[in-house]
Write a protein that binds this ligand. Sequence first.
Ligand SMILES: [Zn+2]
Length: 679
Amino acid sequence: MNKKFYITTPIYYVNARPHIGHAYTTIACDTVARRQRLLGADTFFLTGTDEHGQKIERAAQAAGKTPQEFTDEVSAQFRALWNRMGITYDDYIRTTEERHKKRVQELFRRIRDNGHIYKGTYTGQYCVFDELYVDVVGPGAPCPECGRPTETVKEENYFFKLSLFQDKLLQLYTEQPDFIRPETRRNEVMSFVRSGLRDLSISRSTFSWGIPVPDDPKHVIYVWLDALANYITAIGYGSSHKGAQEAFQKYWPADLQMIGKEIVRFHCVYWPAFLMAAELPLPKSIMAHGWLLFEESKMSKSRGNIVRTETILDVLGADALRYFLLREVVFGQDGSFSFDALVQRYNADLANGLGNLASRTLTMITRYFRGEVPYPSAAVPQKGGDSAIAENARKVIAEYSTLFDQYQFSRALEVAWGLVAAVDKYIVENEPWALGEKQDEESRSRLGTILYTSAEALRIVTALAHPVIPDATSKIWAQLGLGDIRKFPLSDLKWGQLQLGTKLGNIEPVFPRADKSAIERMQKMEDQQRSAASPAEGQPGAPAQAPAVLPVATTAAVATPAAKPAAPAPDGKISIDDFAKVELRVGQVKAAEKVKGADKLLRLEVDLGTEVRQVVAGIAESYAPELLIGRKVVIVANLAPRKLRGLESNGMIVAASPEGGKAVLASFLEDVPVGTRLK
Ligand SMILES: [Zn+2]
């Protein structure tokens, strides 16, 4: 009877600090895990961080840290956020942990011993951003996944015989239609696999931040093989300890692996192929959700519109965010986030909806029945409205469960909140407050029935909604006098379980109404954070100060026509600290083009080693765009973003502007690595 349920989030790549997109996946998993626990399943919920690869090595270098220091910091940020949000993960795996490294090597060995790994030479394009070999031609050709320039690599590598698994994978998708959800993603994967699979390079020898290939430590294991393996290494695969082996036997295969749609190929093609090659069981289902857009546009570093979770936690709390994301966004599709919509949904459904139902019902029971759940009258005939609510609640329990277990969170919540609305209407129509003024027996009986009916419906919505809004529902449950909601066996939920005479707890409002200032406060917090974090977004320990404007008279403020110099000291000199505020870095131009309708402007894509920035520069009269490709330039990396001709410029290129002459770019006589800081 006590079935198991193993659920995983993707492990988050530590090249960026956690944002609302990470929180979205984690919240969805936490909600499913909480529901499974309430249903009595032996639940194991895994999350963690993905910490190897060239991108991390470079990001650490740019931040002036060792890769381990760098990953320690960012991984801790993720963990602290999940703890703050009350995420109920059972284990938090980091791919830099010893337990993981050893077990990944064990997996590599097993696949190799099964004859699915061989050594060969790879020449081709590699996208550092995606950690992906891509099928494009020529140095700098854009990555088909992300559009960033690729790098040419030629190296002796270990290859995985992915081509061998093409038919088996297609058979899997056909025979197990729920393996990939939703169907749109399944169709994409099937057509990708049908178009033909090539063997996959699964080692790198040009950098060292990874797990060494067993018996050939010059190579490190491909970061995706390393990362995907976390789902089995965390629960004991490859361990020689008996306890770990038993845990693996018990929990694997995973019941649900939740991912974002951008990593479908890795999880739905490579991952099952690796498992097949190792002769291990496959996960039962992989569910890909869509992207969270910010006011309709994709959140991205270069747009600077990534929303932090902390802001929402500070102003409205975790329940508000959880409810909003699962109610507002159709799971599996892209959804839009905005502070306006968040506050509107919070007020309508939580403050005025569930919160109001709880406080009016429980307050009346306290006032009219001394805080004890009243008896529904047997003597006074029930009226139509009473049994309609009971009937409605029975239907809601069944429908909610069906929808939720198909991960249709939004529809499930809509159904549950339909009951909240029905009870509200029922209360208004029956006017219990008027009955409460009367002392005759019939009025008292009628009042008892109405308040019992309302409280019982409230209890049912509270139990169903608990996995989604755990804090508030725990409080309402306690106010109903029912103790610890986590101990309630959800599978037994049915109408009429509320015990008559139950003594209510202390009544306090759970969702105070949010006024307009909540939106402004959140907006302001985000703006402050953005301007403070822009020097090194995604890098931990970035100085929390406003970006400085380059106070050097000889540079052409190419992208900053309105820039004012920082207030100088009385003698016109600045301190070394002032100068240190300016983050100058070596960048390499990857793309350049004229800006339509602006004779002086070029739009450039500049690689800073850790990211590619769009910079708009007033150098079109000095340089033809095609001459700039590949050129190394000096970038003011921590300049606040600004818009020029509708294009966002993230940073500024340093150039000398002789009086009356053309701008000349600052450059280097010796070779210098991209991303290096000037100081
Ligand atoms: Zn890419």
